[in-house]
Ligand binder design. Structure first.
Ligand code: GLN
Length: 487
């Protein structure tokens, strides 16, 4: 189908599903079509001047990633009027590759949340099927996941600090990729928790995300050393060792999720790969470590939005201490306020020993668990080419991304404590703490899909994509649906 037709269909989908509230800003139709036409001319010219495989494709961008063509609000009242004077590196690279930025997507304020409910612009919704109430789109990149799932764009950018690309991908039945920490540039991405933040990609299939020439932020030299280390130790022959981490088999897992997990392992085994149980004994500390470290980093990152240096200031506030940071006055929503206060507390002299330092050490042990599980050596631990565990370890780990399918939004709103939502991240935060790549794929289970993730050693996206493709081809939604851009 010609680009222009695809773009028009995508715009129709954006209109049709506008009540799902997945987009905060949308490019005007004439400007969007003008940009697409430009690509179309390049791509169809006899000179073959197509800039890249994404030339002319519509990309939506999460609203915490800076763009010059649209405001960047982080779904916060604070930044409602803010437009960045520069494009984030990932946006600049996408534009240079010919992609057309179609709009900015709704999210949890500053990336904090698991259901895209904490937005100044109202919650994102998955459409209500069969007259049922709306389901959660997942968060915090819920707008990006819905935009992709509903055919409003070819792919979307999101951010994943503790699962914000993978959880919405799992709930919405699309593919969500979180790269190794440091692989995609964070320049121009509004920081939530710097040591965990990554830019991720959501698409309907793995083709939407996989590009060996992805922009990088690690220096080319480092990137080359990581790849040398991995390829030196890569298993010869392609009978892969596929691990399943036993600690991810929680009692809270829905039966459908557990059986989709079993089917995935059975499929890989039928392709003659070896299935191996793996123990990551410290996984049980991951959620609490994350919910100490991420808010601590957030409390210092967000201190600049005090309404003096940046952001909205309550006009009724007559206090004289305007230079002192006060999250309650700065116009943050309740969830962000809660995080800032908890984060600042865990860094205070009263709590730093028992909270922040303990969480840091838990993080190190969790990283070690992962490193020991993989056959490939971890560049963050060693750059000695001879240190791989070879036959002892696994090539990838497979586990579900979410405990259940997407809950109803009404049920989420009825939860007694906002902390009840934190448990949704239990299966995704370990990969962020370890800094390793992880991709969530929809695996069909009856009529529904369940999000399954493939995790690999730091920098080993290559093996991660290889296994992702095997799963997608065997168990993913029909190829026919994948090639239909606006269903
Ligand atoms: N739900 C997690 C949180 O609220 C993860 C968010 C994210 O990855 N940005 O912190």
């Amino acid at each position: 189908m010609a680009f222009l037709e695809i773009a028009k269909k995508s715009l129709l989908a954006a209109e049709k599903y506008s009540t799902l509230n997945s987009l905060i800003s949308v490019q005007s139709k004439p400007e969007l079509l003008r940009q697409v036409q430009e690509s179309q001319r390049r791509v169809s010219s006899d000179l073959g001047e197509s800039k890249s495989p994404i030339d002319g494709q519509l990309i939506a961008v999460k609203d915490n990633i800076c763009t010059t063509d649209f405001p960047t609000t982080c779904a916060s009242k604070l930044l409602e009027q803010y437009t960045s004077p520069f494009d984030a590196t990932v946006v600049r690279k996408a534009k240079e590759a010919g992609a057309v930025i179609m709009g900015k997507t709704n999210m949890d304020e500053f990336g904090m949340g698991s259901h895209s409910m904490y937005s100044h612009f109202g919650p994102v919704m998955q459409s209500a099927e069969d007259g049922q109430p709306a389901r959660s789109a997942g968060g915090s990149s819920g707008g990006s996941a819905v935009a992709v799932a509903r055919g409003m764009c070819y792919a979307a950018l999101g951010t994943d600090t503790g699962g914000s690309v993978r959880l919405p991908a799992a709930y919405c039945g699309v593919v969500g990729f979180k790269p190794s920490y440091g692989m995609l540039s964070r320049w121009g991405v509004v920081a939530y928790a710097n040591s965990l933040d990554t830019v991720g990609i959501l698409g309907r299939n793995t083709i939407n995300g996989h590009d060996a020439n992805d922009p990088t932020s690690l220096t080319p030299q480092t990137r080359e050393r990581v790849q040398d280390l991995l390829s030196h130790n890569r298993r010869r022959g392609r009978r892969l060792a596929i691990g399943y981490p036993e600690e991810f088999n929680l009692v809270e897992l829905d039966d459908s999720v557990r059986s989709a997990w079993e089917n995935t392992l059975a499929h890989l085994s039928s392709q003659s790969h070896k299935i191996v149980p793996v123990s990551l004994p410290h996984t049980k500390h991951a959620l609490s470590a994350y919910y100490v470290l991420a808010p601590a980093e957030a409390s210092s990152n967000l201190a600049k939005y005090d309404g003096v240096r940046y952001g909205y200031r309550d006009p009724t506030d007559r206090s004289q201490d305007g230079l002192l940071f006060s999250p309650t006055r700065a116009g943050f929503g309740a969830e962000v306020r809660r995080r800032i206060i908890a984060g600042a507390y865990s860094l205070s002299s009263k709590a730093i020993d028992n909270y922040f330092l303990k969480a840091q050490s838990a993080r190190r042990i969790i990283q070690r668990d992962f490193s020991n599980a993989f056959a490939q050596p971890n560049y963050l631990v060693t750059d000695n080419l001879e240190e791989g565990r070879g036959e002892g370890g696994v090539d990838v780990l497979i586990a579900p991304c979410s405990l259940s399918k997407a809950p109803f939004l009404e049920d989420v709103k009825m939860q007694k404590s906002p902390l009840d939502s934190y448990v949704n991240d239990v299966l995704t935060v370990p990969a962020n703490l370890a800094g390793i790549p992880a991709i969530c794929l929809p695996v069909m289970h009856g009529e529904d899909s369940v999000g399954m993730q493939v995790m690999a050693q730091y920098g080993d996206e290559e093996t991660m994509w290889e296994v992702a493709k095997i799963i997608e081809e065997g168990l993913g939604p029909k190829a026919e649906q994948a090639s239909n851009p606006a269903h």
